[in-house]
Design a protein around this ligand. Sequence first.
Ligand code: FES
Ligand code: FES
Length: 1008
Amino acid sequence: MKIELSVNGSLHSIESAPGDSLLNALRSEGYYSVKHGCETGECGACAVLIDGRPVNSCVHLAAQAEGHHIQTVEEMGMHPELGWKTNAGLHPLQQAFAESGAIQCGYCTPAMLLASKQLIERNPNPSEAEVREALSGVLCRCTGYVKPVQAILHAAAVMRGEAAPGDMFTPSELERFFIPPTTGDLPPTKDENLSSSGTPAQQVAIQVLPKVLIAPQTETWKSVGRPEVKVDAVKLVQGKPAFAADFERRGLLHAKVLKSPHAHARIKRIDASLARELPGVAAVLTHKDIPRVVYSTAGQSDPIPGPLDMFSLDNKVRFVGDRVAFVAAETPEIAEQALKLIDVEYEVLPAIIDSRQALNPGAVRIHDEPEYVNFAESDPGRNLAAHIHIDIGDVEKGFAEADQIFEFEYSVPKVQQVSIEPHVVITYWDEDDRLVIRTSTQVPFHVRRQMAPVLGLPIKRIRVVKPRIGGGFGGKQEVMIEDVAAHLTIATGRPVIYEYTREEEFIAARSRHPMRVRMKTGVKKDGTITANAMYALSDTGAYGCHALTVAGNTGHKSMALYVGDGAYRLKPNIQFITDVVYTNTPPSGAFRGYGVPQGFWPVERHMERIARALGLDPIEFRLKNALRQGELQPFSTAWSEGREPSPETIMTNGLEECVRQGRAAIGWDQKFGQAAWHEVPGAAHLRKGIGIAMVMQGTAIPYLDMGGASIKMNEDGSFNLLIGATDLGTGSDTVLAQMAAEVLGTSLDNLIVYSSDTDFTPFDKGAYASSTTYISGAAVVNAADKVAERIRSRAAHMLNKRGGGPEVNPGEIHLEDARAMALDGRSVTFAEIGHDSLHHEQQEQIMGVGSYVSPVAPPPFAAQFAEVTVDIETGMVVVDKLVMAVDSGIIVNPLTASGQIEGGMTQALGYAVCEEMLYDGQGRARERGLRDYHIFAAHEMPDLETIFVETFEPSHPFGVKAVAEIPMDGVAPAVGNAILDACGADLAENPATPERVWRAMEDQTSMA
Ligand code: FES
Ligand code: FES
């Protein structure tokens, strides 16, 4: 039927089926700011205003909107400078979102902008609580909501005339947050700063900027270290078509995948003939139609450190949700219909759902395919995807020397990344018959390499384009859906889109490996750890993606933190053993933190138990045994992601200062051990508690991860920065450009950044292992150094030709403010140099290419604090405050870096208290959408505070380490320890659901 929609004042006459959603109708008309995040009205990414009210367009019929006025972000505002045409520029809300760091991936941003616009229109002076309520329907997985909320408050002040646009961070304000090398005094806390602040801009600055204890090396820097606006912010606040699915291609087919209803079965017979006959179906593919090529979906460098155990389509299914057949059709609805017409006869096999049964003698074998390729000690005959055994020192000797041995078991759950943009890919043949894969991926170059044999194409005939990504969190370090669309494009010759539904994200995508962990620790009476051992049983699900490396990192990071004291510090006794087993559940994979959160829940709960059992201060006990600067990372001698290990010394470690800063910020000394503080006046059923966890992570993978960059100078003195690195919302494009700007002596707006396209940008391993700022950043510096050298040389020549002073040597030229300056003050502008180089004398393209591989992986360190209130009648836990003090090396951009900490802590908060994926005895998922699986919304958030304690890591030109993953590590154990402090519930499992807390309290009572 034909309907007429009024969108942003324009009338659209569109053909719509009776059940068509408004979301699809708007996107088909080119309103790409309206995003798909689910199909059930839960994420809010699809919100639009209908007659001024926010409505989730995915659950609103297009026909229902006829006769109403629809508003999308496209009408809010636009870039203020568009050639000769003048316009009003960005809306104050858009401006504030861009300036405050409220945008990470930007996928939720249009919906947040519309929700806040509607709020301010009806309430020009909203409180923070009212802003949070207004945002409560829009889920954001990146930001932790701190900066969006403050952006809205600031924009409201601007719209009331109480603040000026663009005044969020005045130079004097900035000084409050950047604290010079320590004088011994503690800087003011956030609460003290807030109570002394005045203007709306000051209030916002205090909330969105972290406190940074700066390192002395940064004093003269102009771009690195500053809260620069993200280079992609302006397009994202306008809702421009920047994401993978925001793309038009004539003849686009829609892909769907038939999923297994069984946890383990052989396909005895499959008949797709009826489906193929359905009008509108372009292709149906089963395992009989495509080549059988074994591969791994883990997006890792070559050789992939794990077994090859997967086929695009197989004659066996290994979990409920595994692939059975692919369909491409003219519409998603026809494709769905076709799936129902595929006739499959299964031979159902026994299934392993519980990882503890996988290694049992006689257990059914999940991988019996002859093509299986082993890696290291994988053994499919025993359902073993990977095994690691690391001995550092002699734990048995250490246990013998201990006064007391502590041995406990812990477990951590399977959890989902929940990027708000689901996995999505579009494939098509270009005019040269090369296959273009436009995909939401963290690893475009690995996609190209890994897909080539699967598709029967040489690498040179594949181009992978990575547009903006709506969050990844490791879930898109998987080459998981690209083959589906590509096989269908090969079969039909037509472009194909394949986009996961939210349910597919839960039943078929990857997730965090659940583990069962046994800890055994020997301790002397004075608190010296003499030996520390961990055994981890990790469940990789049906396929071994990231099986070895995730589990390896569990030990490599969490078990490296506590080496012991005195002589043990020089020669620690540590053992780490892991078995990674197959089960008939959806595969696990990479998830931000990459095995380390699984390690720190047991390690930090265990340390708390030991400290309390020995009557030791939990902070002093930890610091006494913690790894220090100048010591060897103990695991560096023993293991390196399946490659040759090489000894690494810890060059920087700000952990002690992090503890000092964090304990002051949360008021540890006024709360811990203070009986009165634990009571809540007037609420006898509530108890307050405070907890700490100390953590460390890694930065990149030594001798393996490589990043590349190229920089080209233009005739106006601007530069194109091309990077293979993958910004998945983290702000890496921006921080890499800041480093280039610093080396080149120019401003960030003179850098035009493009990432990443396998045809045009240099190679980069992709966004994982917290490596982009460090590895790709060093590559950018290398490239910028080469360009700077050419600029100096050319500038010296130009100045000497002009005369008017002594002869100038290139080495004396200083680059600053987009000028090349001689010692005597004479200068040429970059525009003059660029123009001269391309048009006038001895023409050349000034350009530099750089790459970098690191011999080390310097760890960031952090102290995580949590404050909770527990309802002792129900077990309900409310987390009131999280403070994280982090040593991440030099902070390149305090806005983007603190955004990583806030977002990471929020994601980790779910791991702490509510996120968990469970399966019934048949392997069917309990959690299939955002109704069953709760992630935190704006109105539910605790107070978050970030402090950076800078150290200058000498292995990097700007002294950086990693920041993106470490906030995942400490929240759950710090919350667990705070719950213990509050009510005595001593949890071995996370998340801390009311039932678990209540049962743990009951256990304590029965033991007393
Ligand atoms: S609420 Fe509509 S896409 Fe999620
Ligand atoms: S910025 Fe909100 S989902 Fe990424």
